[in-house]
Design a protein around this ligand. Structure first.
Ligand SMILES: *[C@@H]1O[C@H](CO)[C@@H](O)[C@H](O)[C@H]1NC(C)=O
Ligand SMILES: *[C@@H]1O[C@H](CO)[C@@H](O)[C@H](O)[C@H]1NC(C)=O
Ligand SMILES: *[C@@H]1O[C@H](CO)[C@@H](O)[C@H](O)[C@H]1NC(C)=O
Ligand SMILES: *[C@@H]1O[C@H](CO)[C@@H](O)[C@H](O)[C@H]1NC(C)=O
Length: 484
């Protein structure tokens, strides 16, 4: 399988923690490569964002503070001394943030750029915060209620907001920890999203059935059963990582003699970026033949979202079995060790997704109830089902942010009474109140792209410029925007 080019700072790649970067990083490119273009019969729609359509290089990890994180990493990398430290650090040093102490040896010019970066980030966060509060309370007029405490922590958790001026060790520790935590959470979020996807699919199917006359419904039910049956008919799937499975790859993929299988050679052949580890991407490439047995992009009975989930399940399974030190990559020693175990020789059939229920009746009922409530809560929104289905199918990250937004909104409502604790932030809202009207017109966009800092930054810039050059904001005298 072709590997999309990786351009994220290569030194970060070596270390396990940051392998998670790779996984998320490649996600978007992957959906196209592995999952293939959507098949028309599937309940799918491609959500292609104009801004992201051809930016393979800057594929989003889905972190709210991602641009800031990348800029910090880029600056630190440009410091020779720091880069050396980072290269020689072990994963626990990175994970714990201990690496941050080396910040003290970073050159002055880079330090001052970091300071500036942080000040800009704080500025951006204030804008985002104000937007969120505004969204949660569209009718609040001039007096915006204060944001919830968790919301502040969530938004400002990747830096030390008690120091508004300079970038210090504490900022780097927080940034590293936050990024690591968030990225390690990716698999859990993926599983949750998948479950929701499956429930939504079932929900839609049931809804469709409800509206049909008995005869038609029986016919459809029968068709559905046949499709499921057809999907279940496939050649035996090997346990990922066992001898037969690897030998298939060796023979069919690598074109080598089955009897001459050699674990070391195999390892080197499939460590395609030659960094001495099999990382999640390299591992998942090994499962494609097994996946092909079950999921064909052209078959209406096969769902490519399920293929993607199956691939992830396989990776998680192999990691659990082989990755002895739990650093999320497989070393040569770990790999060779695994081939000497008894289980390696066993060739039990792998239970694919369809062999287990993805959700219980109770979970589906709760899901439908929630969906119903949300639909009633707003007549304006298009049918939630179709909308979120599309998002889940092709835009995990977007879904995740929509969810966060909903969560945020709930939290906001519950914490109107925390005024005193947030006097500072409140002050900032009030100061910037005069610009909220412009902000409002971007709200729709914003709702779907809270994480797209470019947008926010642009708005921020416009605002700043207006703030500085057009202090008297009077709509009737306004020149067309951007004439500054
Ligand atoms: C995307 O690709 C098109 C051509 O394929 C190019 O004209 C456009 O500038 C690219 N956009 C970005 C943001 O790189
Ligand atoms: C990582 O390196 C530090 C010293 O830089 C050392 O104290 C620590 O034990 C090492 N941890 C591991 C897991 O190797
Ligand atoms: C699906 O159909 C396309 C076009 O007919 C073909 O190129 C492709 O190889 C098919 N894929 C599989 C897995 O059969
Ligand atoms: C590989 O197996 C040997 C012998 O059982 C063991 O000593 C060694 O720690 C193992 N290595 C890894 C990385 O698990």
């Amino acid at each position: 399988m072709d590997r999309p080019a990786i351009s994220f700072p290569s030194l970060l790649y070596k270390k396990s923690v940051l392998i998670f970067f790779a996984v998320a990083f490649l996600f978007a490119a992957w959906v196209t490569v592995v999952v293939g273009p959507p098949v028309s019969e599937k309940p799918a729609g491609v959500v292609v964002d104009d801004d992201e359509a051809n930016s393979t290089e800057e594929e989003s990890l889905g972190l709210e503070y991602e641009r800031y994180m990348r800029e910090v990493v880029k600056l630190l990398e440009s410091d020779e001394e720091f880069r050396k430290k980072l290269e020689s650090a072990n994963s626990s040093d990175i994970k714990s943030g201990a690496i941050a102490q080396h910040l003290n040896f970073v050159s002055k010019s880079i330090r001052s750029k970091l300071d500036e970066l942080k000040r800009n980030e704080l500025e951006r966060l204030r804008t985002v915060l104000r937007l969120k509060v505004r969204q949660a309370h569209p009718d609040s007029g001039d007096r915006l209620p204060p944001p919830a405490l968790h919301e502040l922590e969530k938004l400002f958790g990747h830096l030390d907001s008690s120091n508004q001026h300079s970038f210090e060790t504490k900022d780097l520790v927080k940034l590293i920890k936050r990024t690591t935590d968030d990225l390690e959470d990716i698999d859990r979020r993926r599983r949750e999203d998948f479950k929701r996807y499956e429930m939504e699919k079932e929900h839609l199917r049931r809804e469709e059935m409800k509206g049909l006359p008995t005869e038609e419904r029986e016919k459809k039910e029968k068709e559905h059963e046949e499709m499921e049956k057809k999907h279940r008919e496939h050649p035996k799937v090997h346990h990922p990582g066992n001898e037969e499975q690897l030998k298939d790859v060796w023979e069919e993929g690598d074109g080598l003699e089955r009897d001459e299988f050699n674990p070391r050679t195999f390892f080197y052949l499939h460590d395609t970026n030659s960094d001495g580890f099999l990382d999640p991407v390299e591992l998942e490439a090994l499962f494609q033949k097994e996946l092909d047995k079950v999921y064909n992009e052209n078959a209406t009975e096969d769902d490519m979202m399920e293929r993607y989930e199956e691939m992830n399940r396989m990776r998680e399974h192999v990691m659990k079995e082989i990755d002895a030190n739990r650093d999320s990559v497989i070393s040569l020693e770990e790999f060779v060790n695994s081939t000497q175990r008894e289980e390696f020789k066993k060739d039990e059939e792998w239970d694919t997704l369809e062999d287990e229920r993805q959700f219980t009746d109770e979970e589906l009922a709760a899901f439908e109830k929630d969906l119903n409530e949300r639909q009633h809560a707003s007549d304006v929104t298009p049918p939630t089902t179709t909308l979120s289905m599309q998002q889940q199918q092709h835009d995990d990250q977007q879904q995740q942010h929509v969810d966060q937004q909903q969560h945020v909104d709930q939290q906001q409502q519950q914490h109107v009474d925390q005024q005193q604790q947030h006097v500072d932030q409140q002050q900032q809202h009030v100061d910037q109140q005069q610009h909220d009207d412009q902000q409002q017109q971007h709200d729709d966009q914003q709702q779907q792209h809270v994480d797209q800092q470019q947008h926010v930054d642009q708005q921020q810039q416009q605002q700043d410029q207006r703030l500085h050059f057009e202090p008297q904001q009077q709509p009737q005298h306004d020149q067309p925007k951007g004439v500054i």
